[in-house]
Design a protein around this ligand. Structure first.
Ligand SMILES: Nc1ncnc2c1ncn2[C@@H]1O[C@H](COP(=O)(O)OP(=O)(O)OP(=O)(O)O)[C@@H](O)[C@H]1O
Length: 229
């Protein structure tokens, strides 16, 4: 369950010209590995996740999930691969206000066409895994920021992802809760053998990951080891 990006280039229209968001980016993330990506605002981190997650098609280069080149898939197959094999966790938990924690997970299963019983079993297991069994019936306003983010993490695992793409999951949390969420993501990566990319601005999280890379002007490079705490 590896994620491989090779020679990826992504540009956006910018008036008469094109803005280069990703410039010859190559990256392999192994199963069970969590890689941090840092870098200044506008350097291309979200673009990297968008291409890795097949939400955006690169101008050049390849993206392989589990050895499958996604550019060779038609739209329908690509949507299915994304739904079943790629998990996303965003800056905000993006939970639906009217749904309980367990229903947030069941909704994803419903969209994916999973049977009710299988979905209930899996949702229960995942809420237990993220330590929220007791809060399964709570709506987002009854949960703390860290708990909401843990529901979002559990939801991202409903489809058994091979690849987990995480964009600043702790920006709305205090230091301790932020660390707990990154620790949880690391445990998930190990236990479920996902290939995980964690975009973060927080240097304290780099030491919790296997590798730290830095994005600058659309190019991906090694992080200065001195900056890894
Ligand atoms: N949809 C778009 N259309 C045009 N330009 C875009 C689009 N999305 C991003 N960009 C530009 O591409 C570059 C990379 O943006 P990206 O969002 O990937 O950076 P980032 O590192 O995630 O930034 P931040 O840390 O602020 O979230 C920036 O110059 C941005 O302005």
């Amino acid at each position: 369950m590896t994620l491989t990006m090779t020679g990826v280039r992504l540009t956006y229209p910018d008036g008469e010209r094109r803005l280069t968001a990703l410039d010859d980016v190559s990256l392999t993330v192994a199963p069970g590995e969590i890689v941090a990506v840092t870098g200044p605002s506008g350097s291309g981190k979200s673009s990297l996740l968008a291409v890795a997650g097949t939400l955006v098609t690169a101008d050049a280069g390849t993206v392989e999930v589990d050895g499958v080149d996604v550019s060779g898939l038609d739209q329908k197959r690509r949507d299915r691969l994304r739904r079943e094999r790629i998990g996303f966790v965003f800056q905000q938990a993006n939970l639906l206000a009217s749904l309980t924690a367990v229903d947030q997970l069941l909704l994803v299963a419903h969209v994916a066409g999973t049977s009710r019983d299988t979905a209930r079993e899996r949702a229960t297991e995942l809420l237990d895994y993220v330590g929220l069994s007791a809060k399964r019936g709570k709506r987002p306003h009854e949960l703390s920021g860290g708990e909401r983010q843990r529901v979002a993490v559990a939801r991202s695992l409903m489809g058994s992802p091979a690849v987990l793409l995480v964009d600043e999951p702790t920006s709305a949390l205090d230091a301790e809760r932020g660390r707990a969420v990154v620790g949880l993501l690391r445990d998930i990566t190990r236990d479920r053998k996902t290939a995980t990319i964690l975009v973060t601005h927080d240097p304290r999280h780099l030491g919790l990951t296997d590798r730290a890379l830095v994005m600058r002007d659309g190019r991906l490079g090694a992080q200065d080891p001195a900056a890894v705490g």
